[in-house]
Design a binder for this molecule. Structure first.
Ligand SMILES: C[S@@+](CC[C@H](N)C(=O)[O-])C[C@H]1O[C@@H](n2cnc3c(N)ncnc32)[C@H](O)[C@@H]1O
Length: 227
């Protein structure tokens, strides 16, 4: 067996015992293969839009003898995946805007029995805003540090309730209430980006004033972190 890095290990933590898993944008299929070898899932479909990553996935499935549990599918998002194949759906290592687009067009994800495990590489703010405005509840969120970089992983379930999303929530989600070092560091990294953005605004504009407030709040939450 092999070890998952902290980022994929955190995604794995949110997958339910015995679940049927779909891993969207699987590439090497490390996550489904590791979960299968650990006896944690009943089945998995490792999906990717490109042939080459699926070849990597197939090679690892064979190498780790996971073929009875993990299959592969060439699919743009979940377009070619039947809802019966997945209780838990992981989107890891893709941009937040792409994850948003895929969730938006996949109607069968609007089902309270399905779990979405989301690890955006960028634009997590766009994704959180979409989730809040479209009835997806972020039930849990945790941060991790992997190879020196900070990541957030969200566990979401559809309940149809539309929520308002404050600027702070858009940028750091539930990590505001998590006092781990990993969360503080994630907040610090996000805030450094917001500070750069702030420099581009006219100080008299509402945009500047709103963002300044957010940055000041995030400064307090990430106090003591240095990189
Ligand atoms: C950086 S890899 C992430 C691999 C793995 N999920 C991880 O987190 O380590 C992103 C993968 O997403 C795939 N991808 C990009 N757009 C996609 C789409 N629309 N549908 C499915 N897969 C996609 C790419 O081909 C690539 O293999």
């Amino acid at each position: 067996m092999f070890r998952l890095d902290e980022r994929l290990a955190l995604c794995a933590e949110f997958v339910r015992e015995g679940a049927k898993l779909a891993d969207v944008g699987t590439d090497h299929a490390y996550l489904p293969v590791w979960l299968a070898c650990s006896g944690r899932i009943s089945s998995a479909v490792a999906c990717d839009v490109r042939v080459k990553p699926l070849e990597n996935a197939k090679a690892n499935i064979t190498k780790y003898h996971a073929g009875t549990i993990v299959s592969t599918a060439l699919s743009d998002g979940l377009d070619s995946i039947s809802p019966d194949l997945a209780d838990d759906v992981v989107f890891a290592g893709m941009g937040g805007e792409l994850i948003t687009k895929i969730i938006m067009r996949t109607q069968w994800l609007r089902d309270g029995n399905k779990r979405l495990i989301l690890q955006p590489m960028s634009r997590a703010d766009t994704l959180r805003l979409f989730l809040c405005e479209n009835g997806f509840h972020i039930q849990e969120e945790k941060a991790c540090i992997s190879a020196g970089k900070s990541y957030s992983v969200m566990l979401c379930v559809y309940d149809g309730m539309k929520r308002t999303c404050s600027d702070v929530f858009q940028y750091i989600g539930l990590l505001e209430n998590d006092h781990s070092y990993e969360s503080k560091r994630y907040i610090y990294v996000i805030n450094e980006k917001l500070k750069k953005k702030l420099k581009g605004f006219d100080q008299n504009s509402d945009e500047y004033k709103n963002l300044y407030q957010t940055v000041s709040h995030l400064d307090i939450l990430s106090e003591g972190v240095t990189l």
